[in-house]
Design a protein around this ligand. Structure first.
Ligand code: ADP
Ligand code: ZN
Ligand code: ZN
Length: 727
């Protein structure tokens, strides 16, 4: 009898004890079915042996071990355990939440990826020593000798008592479970397609990073958009897979995967490439996970969750656009996929490359202190950086938010048959519907937010909770019939452009127009095929996309971030503007970027204009140091929500007092309402805790969470956000 401790998808910070009579294989990492409450649940065995927490007779039996399935790799389990400790999130929810949906179910997954095989001992043994009555065991042995390694289901069907015979043979060391194909499929080995000869910067980056293959090293690959970072990745991948290694590539956004996948696939026609993201249907997701886990896939490209995929021959980790906030999960286990990627590289002793034109200040600070190594690509490979200019909007009348300078540039672009992009980071028609007679503005009844006017659907919509209303004609407060759509969103700009340029082919790309699966991909294709003259879009368009004919980028309404209370606002704006400017002029034609602003002299805009990341970062870092903000301090946000404001405040005040009593070297701020204080009828607030020492903060959190859990604070839902990005 074994005592096994199982991770289950249950919001409790423990493993659960079960008994197991016998098993054909390794126990740790095995997926099992166990009785829980009134039903059964799937779980993963994380520990065996030890003393049960309750008397042995009260421990229930494992209902089933999914023998056909591979064991979850130990290094992945270790990574999950780390994530559970560091982010203070229940281990069972970390483990089960990281698995493909099909493996969270209480059923066998369809794809068998282990098989039974004869061991060397069996081949050497004299089978006649088996007792005469061991008919089934003989049948199984003969079968395996005749057919070679076989799927468990197949072997079990050899005789009615084959399952038992198999257990005996495994116990005596004659038969073993082995994972299918731990090596890439050799029949498809094919030389990579040639890439362009590298320039000097790329060559030195490749050589420097390549020299660290085989040991841990964290690299920051810093280069403006179009400087050839992806080409460096491809050369590194080539080195790794030619030696039989696997590569894990994390990208911030699902929309970026098809482009990168296509590029990797074109370069390595013989290598199996797996893409893992939420757009992949469930069954296919499992298949790809298995391809990675079995070692068949050489390259895995995925979003956040892919960081937990088992990769037995992993030799290199790449995190593209490492600064992107989408790499941080914003609910449940609030982990940073980038930080876990670095940890994984360390654990497996291999290099990790963080690539960006605008690295996070956290990563850049690490590079300045030498904990990360810096590889730089200066300038674009095949074109000039775009010229970036601010358009002062204080002195002029705008036409539907568009300046004469931008309208003129768009007209020139149309005449030259090049493409233009108007970037406005707000979807909908107008962000508010106002009454100028009394000051009323259409509120969301469930949130402390204004409703956004969506003219194409003739609806007012809340962007926080999804609430919708028909557009009203009269002010409900004073009866005024002349309500005003205030401000600009993508729809409004799209209309304005259609009126200004009736012949132009205009395409709007935002979350509203890309809801359908593959919609974004189809739109991207239309842009690529030059079926579009002017693009209007949100930050969805800013990231990583390569539109060869795009020469002009106009930016409207970026100023709000300049006076935001979020200390990261400037960093985010700098990154966003640099990214969006980077879409312009990626080929022969020179790019031009016009930023409409009321603050043309602002230092942030001049840093963007000079495309000088280092200057921006130095300045921003010295401000952070002065203010004692990350990366010079480590933060945790306690987020709470409840039906009433009073309940939230009571809970947070109690939490602050309890934290202060614990006596750690941490700074506990006053509780404050969240920036959107009410969402979908729930009041939200938070409490910031920070410390110069990560270790001290972690010790504090261990003690603090115990206090918080003990507090019966009725009906308050709370969560910790370690290293929060949004305050
Ligand atoms: P990044 O990832 O930094 O945006 P890419 O690697 O995508 O840059 O390179 C930008 C463009 O330049 C791509 O079309 C790429 O094929 C091309 N390119 C990259 N390196 C070279 C090179 N050494 N010689 C010629 N073209 C290159
Ligand atoms: Zn009114
Ligand atoms: Zn709402």
């Amino acid at each position: 009898m074994h005592l096994v401790r199982v991770a289950l998808d249950v919001p409790l910070p423990t493993l659960f004890d079960y008994r197991l009579e016998h098993s054909a294989g390794e126990l740790i990492g095995a997926r099992v079915l166990v009785p829980f409450g009134r039903g059964q649940r799937a779980g993963i065995i994380l520990e065996t042996g030890g003393e049960p927490a309750v008397p042995a007779h009260r421990i229930k039996r494992v209902a089933r071990v999914f023998e056909d399935e591979p064991r979850l790799a130990l290094d992945v389990i270790e990574l999950m355990r780390f994530a559970s400790r560091y982010y203070h999130y229940p281990i069972g929810q970390v483990v089960m939440g990281a698995l493909p949906q099909a493996l969270r179910r209480a059923q066998a997954s369809r794809e068998a990826s282990v098989r039974f095989a004869l061991t060397a001992a069996a081949r050497a043994a004299d089978w006649s020593t088996l007792p005469a009555r061991a008919v089934a065991r003989r049948r199984v042995l003969e079968y395996l000798r005749a057919h070679g390694p076989c799927a468990p289901g197949l072997v079990r069907s050899v005789a009615s008592t084959a399952p038992r015979a198999l257990r005996q043979l495994v116990a005596q060391g004659w038969v073993a479970l082995e994972a299918v194909a731990l090596a890439p499929d050799p029949t498809v080995a094919q030389a990579p397609a040639p890439g362009p000869p590298l320039n000097a910067d790329q060559t030195s980056a490749l050589e420097a990073i390549g020299a660290t293959l085989g040991r841990f090293s964290a690299w920051l690959l810093l280069g403006v958009t179009g400087s050839g970072k992806t080409e460096v990745y491809l050369r590194l991948i080539e080195r790794v897979i030619s030696r039989g290694g696997q590569v894990l590539i994390l990208v911030p956004e699902i929309n970026l995967t098809p482009q990168l996948e296509a590029r990797v696939a074109a370069r390595f026609p013989g290598a199996l490439l797996a893409g893992l993201h939420s757009g992949v249907p469930e069954a296919e997701r499992l298949r790809r996970w298995r391809a990675a886990e079995s070692g068949r896939a050489s390259v895995l490209i995925g979003t956040r969750l892919a960081v937990f995929t088992p990769l037995p021959r992993l030799a290199l980790v790449i995190v593209d656009e490492e600064h992107d906030a989408s790499l941080k999960q914003q609910e449940g286990l609030r982990y940073s996929a980038r930080d876990l990627a670095v940890l994984r590289a360390k654990q497996r002793e291999l290099p990790v490359v963080l690539g960006s034109a605008t690295p996070s200040l956290e990563s850049y600070a690490q590079a300045l202190t030498g904990r990360y190594r810096l590889a730089q690509l200066s300038g674009r490979v095949s074109s000039q950086l775009p010229s970036i200019r601010c358009v002062d909007t204080r002195a002029q009348r705008l036409r539907e938010g568009l300046s004469e300078a931008l309208i003129g540039a768009l007209a020139r672009g149309l005449a030259m048959r090049s493409q233009s992009l108007v970037f406005i980071n707000r979807r909908g028609y107008a962000p508010a519907l106002l009454c100028f007679a009394c000051g009323w503005s259409a509120p969301c009844p469930r949130c402390s937010a204004r409703l956004v006017l969506h003219l194409d659907a003739a609806r007012l919509r809340c962007h926080y909770c999804g609430h919708e209303e028909v557009v009203i004609r009269a002010c409900p407060s004073c009866g005024n019939l002349d309500l005003t759509a205030a401000g600009h969103g993508t729809q409004r700009i799209e209309r304005a452009l259609a009126q200004l340029f009736p012949g132009a082919r205009i395409l709007r790309i935002d979350r509203d127009t890309t809801r359908r699966r593959l919609a974004f991909e189809q739109m991207r294709q239309r842009v690529q095929d030059h079926e579009i003259d002017i693009l209007v879009g949100t930050q969805m368009l800013a990231k990583g996309h390569d539109f060869p004919r795009l020469t002009l980028v106009g930016v409207i309404n970026a100023d709000a971030a300049l006076y935001s209370t979020d200390f990261r606002a400037a960093e985010k704006l700098f990154a966003q503007l640099t990214q969006v400017a980077g879409r312009a002029g990626r080929r022969e034609a020179a790019g031009e970027v016009l930023i409409q602003t009321q603050f043309p002299g602002h230092p942030l805009y001049s840093a963007v204009q000079h495309q000088d990341y280092a200057a921006f970062a130095q300045l921003a870092l010295s401000e952070r140091r002065e203010a004692g903000f990350p990366p010079y301090a480590h933060q945790v946000l306690l987020r709470a929500e409840a039906r009433t404001r009073a309940a939230v405040e009571r809970f947070l005040r109690h939490a602050a007092r309890a934290g202060a009593r614990l006596g750690f070297r941490v700074e506990i701020y006053d509780p404050v309402p969240a920036p959107i204080a009410r969402v979908a009828g729930h009041e939200r607030g938070h409490l910031l805790v920070q410390s110069a020492s990560r270790g001290e903060l972690q010790r504090f959190l261990c003690a603090w969470t115990a206090e918080l859990s003990n507090d019966g604070a009725a009906r308050v839902r709370w969560a910790l956000d370690v290293d929060p990005l949004d305050l």
